[in-house]
Ligand binder design. Sequence first.
Ligand code: NAP
Length: 296
Amino acid sequence: MSARIIDGKQVSSDIRAELKSEVAALKEQSGVTPGLAVILVGDDPASKSYVTAKEKACADIGIYSDDNRLPADCPESELLALIDKLNNDPKIDGILVQLPLPKHIDEHKVLVAIHSGKDVDGFHPMNVGMMLIGEPCFLPCTPHGIIQLLLRSGVKTDGAHAVVVGRSNIVGKPVANMLARKAEGGNATVTLCHTRTQNLAEYTRQADILVVASGHPKTVTGDMVKPGAAVIDVGVNRVPDPTAAKGYRLVGDVDFESAKEVAGLITPVPGGVGPMTITMLLYNTVQSAKRRAAGK
Ligand code: NAP
């Protein structure tokens, strides 16, 4: 039997519709328009298209987006000065620096320069620490999107065995932490796997919820999936495809064809986790604006 497909585009569009109403209510009740500042350094085509997609998503739900473009050779000090200005701009609720940055700029220095109260990407060590101790904070967007996909697809995390493949700071580690938290979408027993894990399949076959963020196609194949499991494929990989107009197609880190025959639910690539990342960025920006409106 083939797995139920988790439609990330639909879940994403549902959340964006909810946010649009919240933004309209916020404007009407308190006169506050949520503001997101986006900073793009250089002209990398992929980064440019991500930024354009983020700005369009903001416009669609009524968030004001403040577009900041700096040349690829801009000094680090100029970027830090811009962040400082935006940290102090009362119209701005969130600041997003599009990564990766040019090599001469220290990424860590830049991310910690963003005020933790405007860190809508959830990468600032203050927010990472708050998440770890279970205090209110901005949750990182892709991991939070994964939790929302599970919750809104009716997957019970409470008491489930969740196996996460990958331990990066942006996906693996935070999603493992969120699944283990004493909170809605948490309370799972979590196993975190990486390249030093001996016999990966032994762990993945025990997973009621399997989250794969390895950065390599076919890290997980159907024979590594527990029958009926919920499989979340975070991967985005380009593989050559002469039949495709662009000469390539996108695949995840899971072999979709074989895994869908075993899993109970599965996310496709594209159209699964991908659309959720920008949506949770919008969510964080709206939460930040609500705090501003409440004078917090
Ligand atoms: P990353 O920084 O390269 O980390 C990959 C992790 O996977 C590492 O911890 C690595 O282990 C582990 N790993 C690699 N191969 C493995 C294997 N064969 N068995 C077990 N573990 C393995 O990648 P990332 O930034 O987390 O991203 C992961 C994937 O998600 C990428 O395809 C990326 O494009 C995608 N992504 C998608 C979104 C989205 O919005 N949809 C957002 C972010 C990332 P070690 O630590 O031992 O090296």
